[in-house]
Design a protein around this ligand. Structure first.
Ligand SMILES: CC(C)(COP(=O)(O)OP(=O)(O)OC[C@H]1O[C@@H](n2cnc3c(N)ncnc32)[C@H](O)[C@@H]1OP(=O)(O)O)[C@@H](O)C(=O)NCCC(=O)NCCS
Length: 187
């Protein structure tokens, strides 16, 4: 995809991935941290691996990867990835710094708002390992439903497939207390 837009939240902003070596080195420390390895697998990642991954995303017309920034300090703290395919999207998120402060929830909500309301995606899907309590809680809270529970062949771990339809997102939006403000606020 071409450069993704900047999306403003109350605690985080989403924006294009920085291309500096400093950011790639930071991203590497996130990917190799025990909490992230536990959450998504992998680990033992080199700086070259990170560069290749970010280049692959940048070159892929169906990829919409956002860096997550702390709104106050402007520091990068993680990423949210949308991979678009035939009116649907796969989503992944990683909060590398400052987990457990509600930043992941807000980052995913901003990405979903963009996917469903700007890109007009009809369904967003994701997979999550069964032991990943924080991610399961986050996705459930935002409205994802479990659609399957399967063995991930590559890791031997069980994972939930989850999905949310555009209709469900819009229905929940109308029920949000601030929906009136959102409907009238300039975009
Ligand atoms: C999963 C992840 C994105 C969550 O981001 P976060 O910013 O830490 O999450 P939040 O602070 O928004 O919390 C989300 C919910 O999970 C709960 N939670 C946070 N950490 C938790 C933990 N270690 N165990 C259980 N629940 C937890 C929070 O209490 C919150 O629920 P609540 O609103 O009912 O209180 C983040 O931990 C992460 O990047 N993990 C590694 C990568 C990963 O697993 N990505 C998801 C792949 S599917």
């Amino acid at each position: 995809m071409s450069v993704p837009p900047v999306l403003l939240g109350s605690k985080v902003n989403l924006g294009p991935m920085p291309e500096s070596t400093d950011f790639q080195a930071l991203y590497r420390t996130w990917l190799n941290s025990p909490r992230v390895v536990e959450g998504i697998g992998g680990g033992d990642c080199s700086l070259e691996d990170v560069r290749a991954l970010h280049k692959q995303w940048k070159d892929d017309p169906n990829d919409c990867s956002f860096c997550v920034f702390d709104r106050q300090s402007g520091e990068p703290i993680g990423d949210v990835n949308l991979r678009l395919s035939g009116g649907e999207a796969d989503l992944a998120v990683m909060i590398g710094a400052r987990p457990g402060e509600g930043l992941g929830t807000e980052a995913v909500a901003l990405a979903l708002e963009y996917a469903f309301e700007e890109l007009q995606v009809e369904k967003v899907r994701l997979d999550v390992f069964e032991e990943n309590s924080a991610a399961l809680r986050l996705y459930g809270k935002l409205g994802f439903q479990t659609t399957d529970f399967v063995l991930d062949e590559s890791t031997g771990r069980m994972e939930y497939a989850m999905a949310m339809d555009q209709d469900e997102w819009l229905r929940r939006g109308r029920e949000r207390p601030d929906s009136q403000d959102r409907a009238t606020a300039p975009r």
